[in-house]
Design a protein around this ligand. Sequence first.
Ligand SMILES: [Zn+2]
Length: 443
Amino acid sequence: MDQSERTRKYTEALQRMIRIETVSDPDRRSPQENFEAFRGLLRELFPHAYSACAVREFDGSLLLKWPGRDREALPVLFMNHQDVVPAGADGWQHAPFSGEVADGMLWGRGTLDDKGGLWAMLQAADELAAEGFVPPRDIWFESGCDEEVHGRGAAAISRWLQENGVRFEMVFDEGGDVVRDPIAGAKGRFAMIGVGEKSVVNLKFTARSDGGHASAPGKNTPLVQLGKFMAYVDRNQIFDVELSPTLSEMLSRLAPFMGKAGKLAGKADKLRKPVEILKPKLGGTVGALLSTTIAFTQIGGGEAVNSIPREAWVVADMRCSHHQGQEASIAKIAKVAKRYGLETEILEKEVPSGLADCHGKAFRLVEEAVRATLPGVDACVPYIMTGASDSRYFDRVCSQCIRFLPFAIDGSQLDSIHGVNEYVDVETLVPAVEYYKYLMQHV
Ligand SMILES: [Zn+2]
């Protein structure tokens, strides 16, 4: 099959996956039948992969095992999820579940996050299996059906693997892409390869008072306490700032493409105060990677317009750095909150992620696959994701989880993930399959 025929066939397959709505959302979850139909479609699209593998289902999340030649070697795991975040029709140039193709772009919710990845991974396995290929060692596939809410499927599967004594040498999940001008003012196309993710903690800060009538107010009432606290956190650097080895490697690889700022970034690990010097030059996205961050996201309290609230609260989303983990970050912010008379309550603590070695075997293999299969990449760059993915659950069975998808995208496409107008360039579909094939052949 030539390139254009493959592109046409691949486009059709991915269109069919996009057209089945598999929305994960507490209030707007797609009906169960959609998820079942979607899994039925996977079987239909990838018959050779399915017959080569032992298939297990965990409440809709999938675990497949493809036996390899060397049964002694530690297996590897590939993963991509089935569900998507909701999408209303508002603001979309092409309806989000239409799978329309226009000017060589395939539109729809999930084209990038993460049905594109799921399709490419299984398409690669299907083609290899059809040729009678047997992987060098066992290859497993995992596909959660609720990654976008809590990842309970991935949690259950990783626990099952652990209980059954299965460990992996490498895990390959979704994550960064090949992005144009991604970060720190670097110009070019970079394979942004995630080696870990910041861990999420949701906190609630509460102020209380005896209440009373608004006509004779005291000082420092609950809403004022919250306001002062938020203003303080907004103005000050609360959490420890550190240029970790991963970030220093990221900057040194981007440096040749950063113009003037690159001269400094390239020798970041040799600067006496790298963070103080670099932070203002590199912008917000890099800033978020240097420390734990906190964002106030919801607020409430007060009973009536003419009474002092007996209670008022604010909720915050905190993303913890690896160098100041969850416990230390919580302790730090709780101490500040206490100074303003606030109670701190932990609403939710996500499983924290480990950090893969950006000089290790798994990372190097991904780099090799990128160079061999994806055209026009200026450099492979390790980074730490600020969002959560299912692979955080697999740290219990693997120390080297790499997060990368082989699609080339630009800044607007990056914003479209969980936003509007998500699409993938159909010319990137063939290289994406080749990327996964390369990994499967070389693990
Ligand atoms: Zn995703």
